[in-house]
Design a protein around this ligand. Structure first.
Ligand code: NPW
Ligand code: ADP
Ligand code: K
Length: 534
């Protein structure tokens, strides 16, 4: 698992070490230089004579970059450091000059900006040491100008670019962000102004949340964490599950298990207008290893489900998790857009009953409360308050509508610009765990947040969300009681479902388009690959 800490926690962890004279910057800059050397060698072969441009800001982030530049100059690379502010890291500059590096005082002669941009565009490597964890808001003055101009000049990059950087030919410089790409919201992943998209981010002590969270996460390139000896004891601000974490906690059935111990998933999905959602959700739940899947819906849709998955049962009975809403009309977004999604075919009533049982509020329900996945039309069936073992799975449009229905003045672009903030707000307002779908899926539960970036862009296809709901339903059913008892566990299971779903999409057709049903069919193979290695 990657755990990310806010800037203030990192500073607090640095303080005692700095007071004790531990050479943190030396450690950080040496590791940074080592990674740059390795990357340049891999791309270019000989490192001697390689051209490196260091963009250095006023603070210690600039200090890291200048000291790394000194190490590189000492190894025979041609290093030019560009100082954007009158205040600069004096020992860093001195070290660089001693090692034979050249310094351009851009702050003293802004007219040389175009020459700097030209040199940067022709460099083998570009180090972005303008600001690190001391950043406040969008890049200002010359730092903003230089990033804007270089982004425009370097092929494949634009200022404010938030698409993943495609791998580029040898012509463009290899961009290494020092600690963080300068100008991102270190704690929240915001991209408030121009940011130079990096190929690699070498981050010190621990990842920062902004490296995991959208939209900034698309600008980091590969993230390399350098251990400089910090002790970060408190809870992280954001986490990202890795395959090994999911493998470790996967409930592999043993000799004593039977279908009920493995978990029964109750699915209220699909109508005559959207029967496919019922097929996709139930298929995914079966494929993800549910002990049993009960479909609740009209007879006609039930027939379609059974034609696709004869394992599904349509009789009522006990369940260990509910999935309510895929392909059911009346989600907050549809209501907002005034769309006619057709009749609900009785799914609202079935969905409400499922949610009441899941909340433990249905008289005569044996077995107590159970987790629920609440998707699409199910979101319109929620009461004012939900328990944390309800996992809401909106995309940005649905989250916007849900928030607006609860009095927040927010638009979809706001949610896309600050997904963690708004998913967190929805968690506060509803009490439920919130999984906000997207290229990076953000999950917020009580005291925890996850950011998962496991799927290819090809996964953005109709029905993929229904498959996620089915996978998550099966995973929650398998750990039903534990999820109800431990408020933060639903978020971890939801993040794990996003990981399995995203990796299944890669597996379904590496590098190419995937259909939602292909993703569901790849799920068992992905699970086998995950748990086979443990
Ligand atoms: N302490 C250590 O020994 C270690 C520190 N480490 C390294 O230090 C980094 C933190 O250093 P830091 O605290 O000096 O802050 P830093 O990120 O350089 O930025 C502050 C400067 O930027 C400026 N500035 C701010 N916002 C701006 C904007 N939007 N646009 C333009 N300028 C802006 C701000 O200006 P001001 O607001 O003061 O006018 C100030 O001058 C950390 O990320 C890591 O790399 C590691 O080596 C480990 C050891
Ligand atoms: N750019 C992207 N890259 C990777 N995955 C994405 C991207 N955009 C969306 N997804 C994923 O695709 C799925 C789409 O779900 P959703 O929007 O609910 O579609 P539907 O309602 O048609 O099933 C989600 O799991 C989401 O995380
Ligand atoms: K930086």
């Amino acid at each position: 698992m990657l755990s990310a800490w806010n800037a203030s926690d990192v500073r607090a962890a640095e303080e005692p070490l700095l007071a004790a004279g531990v050479p943190l910057m030396e450690r950080a800059s040496f590791a940074l230089a080592t990674h740059v050397l390795r990357d340049v060698a891999a791309r270019r072969g000989p490192v001697r004579g390689a051209r490196v441009v260091v963009l250095a800001g006023a603070g210690n982030n600039g200090g890291d970059a200048l000291h790394a530049g000194a190490v590189l100059a000492g190894r025979g690379l041609a290093v030019t450091a560009v100082l954007v502010a009158e205040r600069f890291h004096v020992p860093g500059r001195a070290a660089l000059e001693r090692a034979g590096g050249r310094v351009v005082e851009l702050f003293a002669a802004p007219a040389v900006l175009s020459a700097v941009v030209e040199e940067a565009a022709r460099a083998d490597a570009l180090l972005d040491g303008l600001v690190g964890i001391g950043a406040r808001g969008p890049l200002r003055s010359l730092a903003g100008d230089v990033v804007g101009a270089i982004s425009g000049a370097v092929e494949g990059r634009t200022a404010l670019e938030i698409a993943p950087t495609p791998s580029r030919g040898g012509a463009a410089p290899w961009v290494v962000a020092v600690d963080v790409p300068s100008g991102i919201g270190v704690d929240d992943g915001a991209v408030p102004g121009p940011v130079l998209a990096a190929d690699r981010t070498v981050t010190f002590g621990a990842p920062k949340p902004g490296l995991l969270l959208p939209p900034a996460a698309a600008l980091t390139g590969e993230v390399t964490v350098v251990d400089i000896g910090l002790r970060l004891d408190g809870p992280p601000a954001a986490r990202q599950l890795e395959p090994v974490d999911v493998a470790r906690s996967w409930p592999v059935p043993g000799p004593a298990d039977h279908k009920y111990t493995r978990g029964v998933v109750g699915v209220v999905a699909g109508t005559a207008t959207y029967p496919g959602a019922a097929v996709l959700t139930t298929t995914a739940a079966v494929r993800a290893g549910a002990g049993m899947v009960r479909y609740r819906g009209s007879e006609a849709v039930g027939r379609a489900v059974l034609a696709a998955r004869p394992e599904v049962v349509t009789a009522a009975g006990r369940v260990q998790s509910w999935v309510v809403g895929p392909g059911v009309p009346g989600g907050p977004e549809a209501a907002h857009a005034g769309e006619d999604d057709g009749a609900d075919d009785g799914q609202h009533e079935r969905g409400r009953a499922g949610l009441a049982a899941a909340a433990g509020r249905l008289a005569g329900t044996a077995g107590g409360p159970v987790p629920a996945v609440v998707d699409a039309g199910g979101l319109g069936l929620l009461d004012d308050a939900s328990p944390p073992w309800f996992v809401l799975t909106p995309h940005a449009g649905e989250l916007t509508a849900l928030l607006r229905s609860r009095g927040e003045d927010v638009r979809r672009p706001d949610v896309e610009a600050e997904p963690l903030r708004w998913a967190g707000r929805a968690h506060e307002l509803t009490g439920a765990t919130v999984l906000l779908k997207g290229g990076v899926t953000v999950v917020v539960g009580p005291g925890v947040a996850y950011a998962q970036a496991d799927g290819p862009g090809w996964l953005a296809t109709a029905g993929a969300g229904d498959v996620l709901a089915g996978v998550l339903g099966a995973m929650l059913a398998a750990r039903s009681r534990e999820v109800v008892e431990r408020p933060a566990l639903a978020a971890e299971v939801a993040a794990a479902a996003a990981l399995v779903h995203g990796r299944a999409a890669h597996r379904a057709n590496p590098g190419g388009p995937v259909a939602a049903l292909d993703v569901a069919h790849a799920v068992p193979h992905e699970i086998a690959a995950l748990v086979g290695g443990r």
